[in-house]
Ligand binder design. Structure first.
Ligand code: B4P
Length: 191
């Protein structure tokens, strides 16, 4: 059983790479962004509430996201491992994830950080916004705000895991296939 966190700023390739790694290793892919968008599409109370934060590029409150991921982990049952994409994004989310995994006799094996600078992140998300229908990808000031949220609240999550010696930085700029190879070699190096 291996549990991986795919970490990085918005537009760093978390969703893109998670999909490719799931094909290769049969992880269960849990993306809080996808879970929130699915709630919104179904017009659930949680989805309508979350949308207010997402369109502005703000983080959805911890209480909402933590509960959602706990249900998703429990529903997954017996699996070969999880790939957490876009979660945790705050230190309280990281603490809650550790507690949840510990109660199921699991832990995080690697935090793989995709390094992408603000200009590349902004360019990718504006490009995606042309076709994706995602409102949060269509306004440059919202995109830059998301990058700032990453610096202000999310970067410290990597610092939270640092003392465990499980954080690895990966260059996130370059060909998608080459980045998958770099991630795969880190996953295969886990004892
Ligand atoms: P997410 O859905 O997690 O969105 P993201 O960070 O913008 O996307 P991601 O990083 O996965 O995109 P990717 O690079 O794959 O979050 C959206 C919102 O949901 C947040 O702003 C927040 O409001 C809320 N939310 C989610 N999780 C939360 C949490 N835990 N707590 C609180 N709030 C939460 O793709 C970007 C584009 O780049 C794609 O078009 C892709 O094709 C392209 N791309 C990828 N790799 C590339 C490469 N190597 N070269 C060129 N282009 C590349």
């Amino acid at each position: 059983m291996q549990n991986i966190i795919l970490f990085g700023p918005p537009g760093s390739g978390k969703g893109t790479q998670a999909t490719r790694l799931v094909e290769k290793y049969k992880f269960v892919h849990l993306s809080t962004g996808d879970l929130l968008r699915s709630e919104r599409k179904r017009e659930t109370k949680l989805g309508i509430e979350a949308q207010k934060f997402m369109v502005k590029g703000e983080l959805v409150p911890d209480s909402v996201v933590i509960g959602m991921i706990e249900s998703a982990v429990q529903e997954a049952g017996d699996v070969t491992g999880f790939i957490f994409d876009g979660y945790p994004r705050t230190v309280p989310q990281a603490e809650a994830l550790d507690a949840l995994l510990a109660s199921n006799e699991m832990s995080i094996d690697r935090v793989l950080v995709l390094d992408v600078n603000e200009e590349e992140s902004t360019k990718r998300l504006l490009d995606r916004g042309k076709t994706s229908n995602r409102k949060d990808d269509q306004d440059e000031s919202v995109i830059r705000g998301r990058y700032k949220v990453y610096l202000d609240y999310t970067v410290e999550v990597a610092g939270y895991y640092e003392p465990k010696g499980i954080v690895v930085n990966i260059p996130g700029e370059g060909a998608i296939e080459e980045i998958t190879e770099l991630l795969a070699s880190e996953i295969e190096a886990i004892a």
